[in-house]
Structures are given as C-alpha cells and as structure tokens.
Design a binder for this molecule. Structure first.
Ligand code: BGC
Length: 948
C-alpha cells in the first residue's frame, strides 16, 4: 500500500466510525484471561439434578489477541468451607492440559442422592499464567432412586368421584384442590430441600410464602413415562415450631384440555391432579426430618379457583379465599383427609431446562371503550402470559378479562381465530377495597384485553401484561440501518417468547398449542441465535424420543398426548426434526453427548423411511403428509398465481429423507461409528441419485418447477455442481412468475433466502426481505404485526382476515428467516467441523437498503460481536472473537491488498492471517480478540460461498 493511500484510509477511520471506534478502544484493555459464567449441564447453579457425570462449562474473558486456555483445574467440594480452602474433596481434577472450556465431564467420587456440590475452577493462559480461582458455583443432586421417596401421590378427597367419569368423561373443569400439611420442627433448620412434582400443575407455599418463581410446574412431559421434579432450597422459609406446606393443584395438561383432542377433549393422562412432594430437613440438633405427601395431608375443593384450564383460562371467586390457609393455626377442621396412593414406576426426572417464569411486564399503550362499559386495553405488543389487574367494587361483582390478538374494525376484540379456546378469566370480587387479581394455571396469547363488569372506570395503569415463558437466556442482540429488518427481528424475538412453554409450540392462543415438530425444525437455528436453547432442547428431545413409535416413526408433535402409533406421526419434515434439532445442538453447543444418546433413535427414523421406500423415493407411508405447509397456494389474493406453488409431495418428502440420512451419517462420524458413517453417507448418495433420476431434468428443472423445490434441492445438496447454477436460474424465474414475490411455505422460505445469498443472489434475497406487499414479512408489519404470523395473508387490507379456522398471529415457522439475517446480515455462522463456535465464519454482506448492521451473540464459548458499515468508499468491521476461538472472516472488498486493521496494513496486524481472496472477498483467519478492519468497498455486493 502506498503511503498516501494509507493515510487517507486512516483519516476515514477517524472521521466516520468515531462512535464505534471510541466504544471499541475503551473496552480494549489487555484484560487477563478470566473464567466466568460457570454452568453445570447448561444451567447456573442447578438444584436436584440427576446426571451422574454432569458436564461443566465456563466462559473465558480477555481482549488480548490470541489469548486462550491451555489448561484447567476444577475443584468440587462437599461444603463451601472445604472449597474456601482450595480443596476438592469430591473432585480435584488437578491441572489438566486441555483447551476446552465446555463440557468438562465431572470425574470425581460417585455422586449419590442429595449430594451438594460446590465448585470453582481456574485456567492457565497461552503463557501458562494461572487466572486464579473463579467465583464459586454449585449444583446439587436430586433423589436419584425411586426408593429415596417416602412419599405418595395424593389427591383431594373428592377425586374418586372423578375416577369413573360419566360416559364421555367430564367436560367441565373442576375447582382446583387445595392441600395442606401442618407439622412441627423441634430445632433450628440447617438446610432444607423440597422435591416436588405433580400430575397436573402445582403452586407450592410454605408458611404463607410462595416457593420459587416457577409457573406451570412441573410443565408438560408424557406423564405416562416421566414426571419432572423441581428442587427448591427452602431453608429460609422454615422455622422451629409449627410450619405449614400448602399446595394448590391445577389440572393443566394432565387432566385439563389439550389442543386437537377428540371429545371430551380432557383427561388425557388421568382424571384428576395429584401431588408428590418430599421436604427433607437437616436440623441443628443433628437430626434429619422428612415430610412427604401421605394420608395425613388435608384437602378442600372449596378454594377460590373454581375452574382452571390452560386453553380456557380461570374462574376465581375471591369471596372464597381462605386467609391463613397456608400458615400455622388455621382451622382445617372442615378439610378432608386426602387420598394417598403409592408411587408406581413412572420415572421421576429433574427439570433440566430453565423454568417457565415471568420474564418481563408490559403496560398498556392505549385504553378504549368501544361499547359502553366494555374497556379494551392495548398492550402494544402481541404477548403471551396473563394480566395482573388492580380493581375494586362490591362483593360478588363479576369482572371478565377476554384476550385477543387483533381488533375488529369497530374496535372490539377479534376472537374468531381462537377457535374453541376461551382464554378468558373471570374474577369475582371480595368487595373489601383494593383487590389485585392474577390467574394461575393457564396462559393466553394476546395484545388486547377486553375487561367487562368493572364498576369503576379503569385507568390504563390498572392493568399489567405479565410475559412468561421458558426462561432460556436471550443471547442475541441485533440492529441495522434498515428499520423494516429491525421490526422483523423484533417480531421474531417476540414470536419465540410466545411459543416456549416447556415445549416448542406452534401457537399460544387457539385450542392447539402443541409442540409441532415441523415448525421448530424450520425455526431451530433462528431460535438458537436468539436464545440459549441448549437446556430447552435437551429436555424436549427426550419428549420426542418418548413419542417415537414402535416402528421408528417420529411424532408430528411432542409431547404426544394421544397414541403416536395410531395418529399424528411419520410425516416428512415434521419427523425430521428428530435429526435436525439434535444436529443443531451439536453444531451450536458441541453437544456430543446428546448425539450419543439420540443416535439410535435417529437411525430408527431413517431406517423406517428406507424400509418402506426401498426404491429411495419417499412415496409410501407419509401419513398426514402436510407438505410445504402454507405455501403460496394457500394465499387468497386476487392476481396471485394459484395452484403452482406447492412443491410435489414426493419431491418434498424425498428431499427430507436425503437430508436426514446425510445428518445421520454426520452424527455417526462424530461418534466414531465409522461403519454407520459410511453406510449412511452412501445411502445419502443413492437417495440423491434417485432424486435426480426421478425429479430433475438434464437442464436442472425440478419436478413441479416451484421455488420451494429449488430451494430444498439446493439447500440439501441434492444437485451436482453442474446443475446448481441452472437450478438457481429456474428459481429466479419462479420468483418472477409471482410478480417477484415468494410462493414458499414454512419449510422452504428460509432455505430459499439462504440459498439465494449463498449462490450470489444476495441482492435478490435483500429485495424479498424488503417487500411490503403480500406475501411478505413487510406486509404483515405494514398491517401492524408485532409477531410473526402463521399465514402470509392472515389479514389483507380490503379483504380482511383469512379464515378463522387457522389464522394465528403468533406462529414462528415463517420467522425462520431470522437465520438468514444472522448468517448473512450480521454474518455469524457456526462450523460443523469445529462445533460450539470453537471455529466460526464471519461473512457479513451489505445489501439493498442495508448499509450497516451490528449483532452480538453470546455463544457457548463467549460473546461474538460483529459490527460493520459502509462508510463512503469503505467497508469497516469491528469484530470480537472470544478467547480460544478462531474466526474465518470474509470481507467484501474491491481491493483486498488495501485492507487495514486498527490503522495498520493487514500484513502487520497481530492475530490476523491472510488466507487469500475468494469471489470479491478478502479472507482472513483471526485469533481471539477485538479487531477493527477497513477495506475498500465493493460497488456491487456480490457472492458468498457456502457458510458451513
Ligand atoms: C399447526 C402448524 C403445524 C400443522 C401441521 C397446524 O395446525 O398450527 O403449525 O405444523 O398444523 O400441518
């Protein structure tokens, strides 16, 4: 580089990116290598786990270039005092020469039930300098064997009436049972744990105080097979003397309504809720005391919650509240002894993912009165949870809250799309002054809340939206120069918050709310960019295996409340979540153990399809065969082509058969199962050949000539190189045919976007994401969407709503475009070869109306940040690469030789190795640290190559 040019470039750096640069230099302080964020089995300080060799992980921090861990030492002690002396009586790993800060398997004394483990660790850096000990963390073991339980299942005294429901079963919900146990503690409590689960849902209180902040515990599993147990440290809630355990039980998924259930639509796992709980105390006097659920507990059905249902909501009569029921000295003489039954062999497992809890609150942005005394609160955001309402009025006043996602033209709430889900709450006032109401065992999807029955005109501040979901940490943050894309990412984040209630659901509002596999199959990588899904998917993949059929079919949804051997299983692209999601777990979190646990199950799925389709085209046994769901053929719009959007189902199914087979081969390779790796890699090639023979013409046309067909074939590597370009040309033609719009469904939309950008048509992908006419994301935003809609044409101006039988405004499948934004706009891509972001690719691509973008992603190995902009003639990138990781960076550049980093010519930059240029991109390998790149920008932004 000539001297004058170098100086000019530096002055551009100083002028244009001054804000970013200031932020950048202020955090570059040569910080030493520090381990933080200690986690056990993906969670911070988990209690009651049942993993006998838990995996420990930490995140390393340092901004020194090329910094890394070269060794670690872990200490695990049975008491904080032991750990404080830098001793590990359970495990002292010693100094282990190993660079991996993730999934370090516990290797100490066998962990038995109730063991409390306190741990800390240190690392040595690239110069063998120790970091010093980390802040301590802990985990505890739960009750690992059924024989640890001295408790029974208990249910309220009238439950037997429900055991033999009248023909057709009960169709009405029951009041929530309230259970109570009073007991004496004769000394101070040194330590106390409660282990609790329910068939149904429970809320636990001790001496008048709520235990934990979990909602809808123990959450949904196949209760015939396993129940999740929550563990709570309750030491501080107990006292010497009389104490009370109080529990309210709701029906939940166990005996309440479940989506798509045949009549009577309830009682799928059992007829009445039951509780199993064990309180274990270590006392100061050296004694142990255990209080379990047994026949000595008392119950009543006369409490305030008269009805409670996940889909329908709650009826709460505040006049029936029983002040003091969960404290000592309450008169329980009217309460009945409970019914106690011994535990059977249903497995008890720990809840291995973050609990459902309130994560944020929303205040109304507007309050209207579309009809006299009918008030509509607008929370400004389609959210999921319930409301807290402050109110007052005479005793017996009935106030209803009805929840809806949209309004009718007259300002009243639009509820037709909820189908039979009432999602309404009825509160009956006590009448003694200010009252505060919040429901219990339900959840609603809504932006608008209609309140009727108030005797006083409400203020907007009287209502609060309580947003709750599985509290997986949010790990992705994004902004760019294009406001439409910012809105789209906002909507994607909210659709995700709305559909994680213990399982990944299709929707949160209508009478469905099932863990539809196809939807999360499409959305999984997007969900991982937004939230840390590792623990959530670890839980859910077990639900998937629990619902696998005897002949190897994966279910259409999990948990599966019906019989998957008979209904709702074996569908292309839905069943394939059983290979796709574990593979995403491996690529993003390096979770090899998950692959090992899951491999046989995945193999059974692929073998099932193969066995029934020996000619390698998936023509037989596709069961409900939904195809590329909600493709353009379902859009009701004048002038929009009809009948030519849907990729033929045999093409669609065979593409997924090939894809799952290829994934299975990769899983086998990771697991060192070389025979299976070869077998399935070979099978993939054979399916690919059969696909080409049957569906692809020599000029690269794919049967049906649909956008979706090309997108899937390209994405799943089903075409030889010589045909890729031709297929891409046909794809572009197919887009033109639709007046330059999409016609893709839930499985092909994001794959088409990814393939356009991967194959040199990034501008076309950017054009599609910028559209504001139907069908497009932009149109939904123009129509007021604050989440992703189920259908492209959920609402069309002038035409109105799509048919109410399937028109959710909170469905994440079409939000899978988030993956395209992360991979191509922010530019962050995980690597299959070095999973868990040990190595990754950074490939930001400017595009139409996108001149800058920044994203931060908290990967399992620490924060990756990418912030780029076009500054006049230059492209700049500020990049953060976590310690111990390496990035391959592709900079769009018209002259790679003129790239500078932090003001220096690139060949002098510390930690940067130039590895050539590729199709208008300068390519560098970058060690950990923070970097500031600048390179002459391209006039036309072209071409990327495969991102993984
Ligand atoms: C759900 C979808 C799901 C589908 C199966 C619908 O009712 O809402 O998202 O994947 O059924 O086709």
């Amino acid at each position: 580089m000539t001297r004058w040019r170098f100086i000019r470039v530096c002055s551009v750096v100083a002028g244009v990116s001054s804000i970013s640069l200031a932020a950048w230099s202020s955090v570059t302080k040569n910080l030493p290598l520090t381990p933080t964020h200690l986690r056990c089995e993906y969670l911070v300080n988990p209690l009651g786990i049942d993993v006998e060799k838990p995996r420990l992980s930490w995140v390393l921090q340092s901004d020194v270039r090329g910094q890394k861990q070269t060794a670690y030492q872990v200490l695990v002690a049975s008491a904080p005092e032991v750990l404080a002396k830098d001793q590990g009586d359970l495990w002292d790993s010693g100094k282990v020469q190993n660079a991996q800060p993730v999934h370090v398997e516990y290797g100490g004394k066998p962990l038995i039930s109730r063991t409390r483990c306190y741990w800390k660790m240190q690392v040595w850096d690239k110069n063998d300098t120790p970091s010093g000990w980390s802040t301590p963390a802990q985990w505890s073991m739960g009750l690992l064997r059924k024989t640890d339980w001295q408790s029974h299942w208990i249910a309220d005294a009238e439950a037997t009436d429900r055991v033999k429901p009248k023909p057709g079963g009960p169709t009405q919900p029951y009041p929530c049972s309230v259970l109570r146990k009073q007991f004496l503690i004769t000394s101070n409590v040194k330590h106390a744990m409660v282990y609790a689960t329910a068939r149904g849902l429970y809320e636990l209180r001790i001496n008048g105080r709520r235990v934990g902040d979990h909602l809808l515990a123990p959450e949904w599993t196949d209760y015939h097979k396993r129940n999740q147990v929550q563990a709570y440290d309750v030491t501080k809630l107990l006292q010497e003397g009389t104490n009370v355990l109080g529990v309210t039980l709701g029906e939940g998924w166990y005996s309440g309504r479940i989506g798509l259930a045949p009549p009577p639509g309830r009682n799928f796992y059992g007829s009445y809720p039951q509780l199993c709980l064990q309180l274990e105390m270590e006392l100061d006097n050296g004694r142990q005391q255990v209080i379990g659920t047994d026949g000595t507990w008392r119950s009543t059905n006369e409490g305030p919650i008269r009805e409670s249902d996940i889909l329908d909501g709650e009826v709460y009569d505040a006049r029936r509240e029983m002040p003091g029921w969960d404290r000592p000295d309450f008169d329980q003489s009217q309460w009945q002894p409970v019914i106690a039954t011994p535990l059977d062999d249903t497995k008890f497992v720990w809840q291995r993912n973050e609990p459902i809890r309130v994560v944020r609150e929303l205040k109304p942005v507007k309050l209207t009165e579309p009809k006299p005394s009918v008030y509509v609160f607008d929370l400004g955001q389609n959210m999921v949870g319930w409301c807290r309402l402050n109110l007052q009025g005479p005793a017996g006043t009935e106030v209803t809250l009805r929840h809806a996602e949209r309004l009718n033209p007259d300002g009243t709430i639009y509820t037709a799309n909820l189908r039979s889900a009432a999602q309404s709450d009825l509160y009956i006032l006590r009448g003694d002054g200010e009252e505060v109401y919040e429901p219990h065992f339900t959840y609603h999807g809504f932006r608008y809340v209609e309140v009727r029955g108030l005797t006083v005109t409400p203020e907007p501040t009287d209502l609060t939206g309580r947003v709750f979901h599985s509290s997986s940490p949010e790990v992705g943050r994004f902004a760019c120069s294009n406001d439409l894309i910012n809105r789209l990412m906002h909507n994607i984040a909210w659709v995700q918050r709305g559909n994680m209630h213990g399982s990944p659901t299709d929707c949160p509002q209508r009478d469905e709310r099932l863990g539809w596999m196809g939807d999360i199959q499409a959305f999984s990588q997007t969900s991982i960019f937004n939230m840390d899904m590792a623990a959530f998917f670890s839980k859910w993949m077990q639900d998937v295996r629990d619902a696998q059929t005897e002949d190897g079919r994966y279910p259409d949804f999990a948990p599966h409340p019906f019989d998957p051997n008979k209904v709702f299983s074996g569908v292309p692209a839905w069943g394939d979540a059983g290979t796709v999601v574990p593979w995403r777990m491996y690529v993003n979190y390096a979770d090899r153990r998950m692959l090992a646990e899951h491999f046989e199950s995945a193999r059974r799925w692929v073998d099932y399809v193969h066995k029934n389709n020996p000619n390698l085209l998936w023509l037989n046994r596709r069961h409900n065969d939904y195809g590329d769901w909600l493709n353009g053929d379902t859009v009701v719009l004048e002038g929009y082509p009809k009948g030519i959007s849907a990729v033929p189902k045999e093409v669609f199914a065979t593409a997924f058969f090939a894809h799952s087979t290829e994934i299975l081969a990769k899983m086998a390779k990771v697991l060192d199962r070389s025979a299976e790796a070869a077998e399935y890699a070979n099978l993939f090639q054979e399916i690919k050949a059969a696909f080409n023979r049957a569906f692809v013409t020599p000029d690269g046309r794919i049967k049906g000539n649909t956008q979706a067909g090309y997108a899937l074939a390209l994405r799943f590597n089903l075409l030889e190189d010589s045909l890729r370009l031709k297929a891409l040309g046909h794809l572009l033609e197919a887009i033109k045919k639709y007046n330059n719009h999409l016609s893709t469904g839930i499985h092909s939309t994001h794959r088409m976007m990814l393939e356009l950008s991967r194959n040199g048509q990034h501008d076309e992908a950017c054009r599609l994401v910028n559209l504001r006419s139907v069908p497009s994301w932009g149109y939904t935003i123009e129509m007021g969407a604050t989440t992703i809609w189920e259908r492209w044409d959920g609402y069309v101006a002038g035409r109105g709503y799509q048919g109410p039988s399937m028109n959710s405004f909170n469905h994440w499948a079409l939000g899978s475009v988030g993956e395209w934004i992360w991979r191509n706009i922010v530019g962050i891509n995980p690597s299959e070869e070095y999973p868990g972001y040990e190595e990754f690719v950074v490939r930001p691509q400017p595009g139409k109306e996108i001149t800058w973008a920044k994203g931060e992603y908290d990967s399992i190995r620490g924060r990756i940040a990418s912030e780029w902009r076009i500054d006049g003639d230059h492209f700049t990138l500020i990049l953060q690469v976590p310690p111990g990781t390496t990035a391959t960076v592709y900079l769009p550049s018209s002259d790679p030789t003129a790239t500078i980093e932090n003001g220096k010519p690139i060949d002098q930059a510390l930690g940067v190795q130039s590895i050539g240029s590729e199709r208008s991109k300068a390519v560098y390998r970058v060690d950990s640290g923070r970097y500031f790149f600048m390179t002459p920008a391209l006039n036309a932004h072209r071409l990327a190559s495969p991102e993984e």
